[in-house]
Design a protein around this ligand. Structure first.
Ligand code: PMP
Length: 415
């Protein structure tokens, strides 16, 4: 069955899903909004917005510092989000889930607390050409301080990691491998289980950037077999400024704190401060409490819809959008991996990405243009920028149709 023949109406009721996302009902420049910038940040369901709202209306207090009722309720709600997250990624223990402001902070935590103390001249960190800057620059910073180097494994024209090359590059000087689960530009899904198996054989820990995976597929860190998994909340229906790092307990126990301050200590003395155990050792200061309450509600929302239905719907949308985009003369898609999430980067001959995004916006269509924080990937394809349409389970075929009509119009204007 071709994607255009497939009937998706049986999978789930997208109209009902859309009704849960208030922002999707708005117009932009007088046109119905078509939000195709989900890889940048997702929209939020009413239940998440309401959870944050209710927190501030009914329970606002600081966590872990008060014995009063509000403080206890706030702490329970905040720690409840950790439980939900641990369950969501199937972490062996809730204490292995460090709550952070997002993937960027999670990766920096590993860079400064795990990698920096271990790296010495001659060592290296292996990453890939398809990484977001958040999974490149922190490694460059700690490499510069320690005399280590950062190596990048190549990809092929379809935007897939060349696995044999990656494995060949896992030489004894490599002290950490860092790979994205799903590319934010290409949608490529990397075979993390296989990569983790090869890393483990060589005794090299593996960090996975899960930012773009969790919005689309169930993740089980134990099945994946990685050592660190970084994630960000705002791409998965939760408020901005929420995220986490999961890591194996042995690694976390061995890592010194990254930020110092309140709540991460056991006892502070001028002759020697001792630290709390995990996870609190890594959570200095007042966290984004309401944000994490929202993250808990986001996970509940995913649970209520189910990833089986989400995946089926999104894969159908991806196939349909790809087929429709290929109808446009001069359109080139970047990223044609066999295993792909619904992210489509493309260019149209003779048109600048930013001009197109600006004109699409005037028609109510939100896509991203630019380098997508992936300069090395742009260098690989030898383009300064691409347009990126990134879909979510609340998008529809009708929106894709509207997008194609708008693209044809814009193309004409720019030719
Ligand atoms: N990695 C990937 C693959 C991403 O797409 C992003 C966000 N664009 C990040 C890391 C950084 O996430 P955050 O800004 O939420 O820390």
């Amino acid at each position: 069955m071709s994607p255009s023949q497939a009937t998706t109406a049986t999978v789930f009721d997208v109209a009902q899903i859309r009704a849960d996302f208030p922002l999707l009902a708005r117009t932009v420049h007088g046109k119905p909004l078509v939000y195709f910038d989900n890889a940048n940040t997702s929209q939020k369901p009413e239940s998440v917005i309401e959870a944050v709202n209710a927190h501030y209306r009914e329970r606002n207090a600081n966590v872990a510092r008060a014995v009063h009722q509000l403080g206890e309720e706030a702490t329970t709600a905040y720690e409840g989000a950790r439980d939900k997250l641990a369950h969501f990624i199937h972490a062996p223990s809730r204490n292995e889930v460090i709550l952070t402001s997002g993937t960027t902070q999670s990766i920096n935590l590993v860079a400064y607390s795990y990698a920096l103390p271990r790296l010495k001249p001659g060592d290296s960190i292996l990453t890939t050409v398809m990484e977001h800057h958040a999974n490149i620059v922190p490694w460059q910073l700690v490499a510069a301080r320690s005399g280590a180097t950062v190596k990048a494994a190549p990809i092929n024209e379809r935007g897939e990691l060349i696995l044999e090359k990656f494995f060949e590059m896992l030489t004894p000087d490599v002290k950490l491998a860092c790979v994205t689960h799903v590319s934010n530009v290409l949608g490529t899904v990397n075979p993390i289980r296989e990569i983790a198996r090869e890393c483990r054989k060589r005794g090299i820990p593996l960090l996975v950037d899960g930012s773009q995976a969790l919005p689309h597929r169930p993740v089980d860190v134990q099945v994946l077999g990685c050592d660190f998994y970084a994630l960000t909340g705002h791409k998965m229906l939760a408020p901005t400024g929420t995220g986490a790092l999961w890591a194996r307990r042995e690694l976390l126990d061995d890592m010194p704190p990254f930020f110092g301050g309140g709540e991460m200590i056991r006892e502070v003395r001028f002759d020697g401060t001792t630290f709390a155990g995990i996870p609190h050792k890594f959570e200095a200061g007042t966290p984004n409490i309401a944000g994490f309450v929202g993250l808990g509600a986001a996970i509940d929302y995913y649970d209520s819809v189910g990833f089986e239905a989400i995946h089926a719907w999104e894969q159908n949308l991806l196939a349909y959008a790809t087929e429709r985009l290929r109808e446009i003369p001069g359109l080139r898609i970047f990223g044609e991996a066999k295993d792909k999430e619904p992210v489509i980067s493309f260019l149209i001959d003779g048109a600048q990405a930013t001009d197109m995004a600006t004109l699409l916006d005037l028609q109510g269509i939100a896509v991203r243009s630019g380098h997508h924080c992936a300069h090395p990937l742009m260098q690989f394809y030898n383009v300064p920028a691409t347009l990126r349409a990134s879909l979510a389970f609340y998008n529809t075929r009708e929106e894709i149709d509207a997008f194609v009509v708008a693209l044809l119009k814009v193309r004409k204007l720019l030719m």
